[in-house]
Design a protein around this ligand. Structure first.
Ligand SMILES: [Zn+2]
Length: 275
């Protein structure tokens, strides 16, 4: 999956490699209409992006936005994972991919997604007005993501803290992958009701979310994901599936696997108490 750290890294590398270049050919292939969600027909997309110069790329939440001189933005959310790769020449182009851009200096960008891919080619205004991506609020690494706003979000919810935080758009760029470590570091049980957290628990969780995403960004994302050059990230989770039944690094209690709100969490029931 691609969360904020991976999206920020890919955007930074795209900015370096493709800004100022013109797309001379764009081809979508071997995709399925059931897994590729795009606002134009593939033919319209290819036509509209062809001969357009790329201006810049940035990330917000789990989305990557690449501006073209037509005022349109190529927006992608490879949420379920995708290999987005830059090629200095055609020798490294993989056999299988779903999208290829050829640039005016004979370099290439390929994209191969797994699961599904959300993709748009539209103006900023149009993107803001659609449900996905919609207007994306501050991410935990933005200064506008304040403790006061975080507290308000928690106090207004009597649902589990995990569901509250992962609700669409509540905390852009955060998924269960990094949240599991943030819960462990702040000693919060993912099933705890959001509005029952004590002040110091809210502070600990707020800081853990920011620190975890910051650390993962500095380590160029998780080790399961590759960057624009095919190099894996260096972030390993503190506890994950491999630790189930193993002793907690803090207290020695065996790590448990819990299914919470549609995905698995790995917790220490002694460090992360529900009551
Ligand atoms: Zn423990």
């Amino acid at each position: 999956m691609v969360d904020l750290p991976e999206a920020l890294l890919l955007a930074e590398q795209m900015n370096k490699e493709i800004s100022g270049k013109t797309v001379v050919n764009a081809t979508l292939k071997e995709y399925s209409h059931k897994t590729l969600f795009i606002n134009l027909s593939p033919e319209e997309f290819e036509q509209q992006i062809k001969n357009k110069k790329n201006l810049s790329t940035f990330a917000k939440g789990k989305w990557i936005f690449s501006r073209f001189e037509s005022e349109k933005i190529w927006a992608i959310a490879p949420e379920m994972g995708a290999d987005l790769l830059y090629h200095k020449d055609e020798t490294t182009i993989p056999d299988k991919y779903h999208l290829i851009f050829e640039f005016d200096d004979d370099t290439f960008l390929t994209l191969k997604y797994s699961g599904f891919l959300l993709m748009r080619f539209a103006t900023q205004k149009e993107l803001d007005e659609t449900r996905y991506p919609g207007k994306i609020g501050p991410t935990p690494l933005d200064p506008e993501f304040t403790f006061d706003k975080f507290v308000t979000m928690l106090d207004q919810s009597n649902r589990m803290i995990k569901s509250t935080l992962l609700d669409h758009g509540q905390v852009p760029g955060l998924s269960n992958f990094y949240l599991n470590d943030a819960f462990f570091k702040s000693k919060i049980h993912p099933k705890k009701k959001a509005n029952t957290l004590k002040e110091e628990e809210k502070k600990a969780l707020f800081n853990s979310i920011k620190n975890t995403l910051q650390e993962a960004t500095e380590l160029k994302g998780r080790k399961e994901r590759k960057d624009l050059y095919g190099i894996a990230g260096e972030y390993s989770r503190i506890i994950d599936s491999k630790d189930k039944g193993e002793p907690c690094p803090n207290c020695g209690t065996l790590i448990e696997k819990l299914s919470v709100a549609g995905s698995n969490n790995f917790i220490c029931s002694n460090c992360q108490k529900l009551e």
